[in-house]
Design a protein around this ligand. Structure first.
Ligand SMILES: Cc1cc2nc3c(=O)[nH]c(=O)nc-3n(C[C@H](O)[C@H](O)[C@H](O)COP(=O)(O)O)c2cc1C
Length: 167
């Protein structure tokens, strides 16, 4: 699961730059339905941060996804610690496992028609206890990313396995 935040708050104790920074445009779902405060922040700042929360953050993830920043300063209300991203200044929320700093690639038509936003990844960061040598090692640290289903139900990333190339 990726949670989106925009200029309003930020991360983390320990960060390691990810070696393989994708310099391509990617698309992803953001809380960007018409009327969401996040959408306004993304459009006004021209940037956003995608963060990967861990199981320890599930309750917080549900809470901030159930409120609007229009009525509440979620960072203050939940005591969310953050640091500003190096490239965009966007908030890297402490406790997440990874962060992607993204610059908005303005595409007004698809933003309006499909609530779809494109971002160029300009900075990628990960907790070094779960990401080394170019990939995730969630099994070793016990910290795993979570994925939201609905109605307060999540699942976490499961048991890893390997395959070797060939038939
Ligand atoms: C766990 C969780 C995940 C969510 N994921 C998305 C999502 O991927 N896309 C989306 O448009 N809204 C998603 N939502 C709903 C938004 O988080 C919600 O509309 C947002 O909190 C509105 O706040 P805002 O007005 O400050 O933007 C999710 C909600 C929860 C609880």
């Amino acid at each position: 699961m990726l949670r989106c935040s925009s200029l309003h708050g930020s991360p983390c104790g320990v960060l390691a730059p990810c070696p393989c920074l994708p310099c391509i445009a990617i698309s992803f779902p953001l809380p960007t339905e018409i009327g969401s405060y996040t959408r306004e922040l993304v459009e006004a700042s021209g940037s956003f941060v995608l963060a990967v929360p861990s199981r320890a953050m599930a309750r917080l993830t549900l809470a901030v996804g159930s409120e609007s920043g229009r009525e509440t300063d979620k960072f203050a209300a939940h005591g969310i610690a953050w640091t500003p991203g190096e490239h965009t200044g966007g908030p890297l929320v402490e406790g997440c496992l990874g962060w992607l700093e993204c610059r908005l690639i303005p595409e007004p038509h698809i933003q309006q028609a499909y609530d779809l936003f494109l971002g160029e990844v300009v900075g990628a960061w990960a907790d070094p206890t779960v990401f080394t040598d170019g990939h995730w090692h969630m099994e070793e640290s016990g910290k795993r990313s979570i994925h939201y289903v609905a109605g307060g139900h999540f699942f976490e990333t499961g048991v890893p396995f390997e395959v070797t190339p060939g038939r």
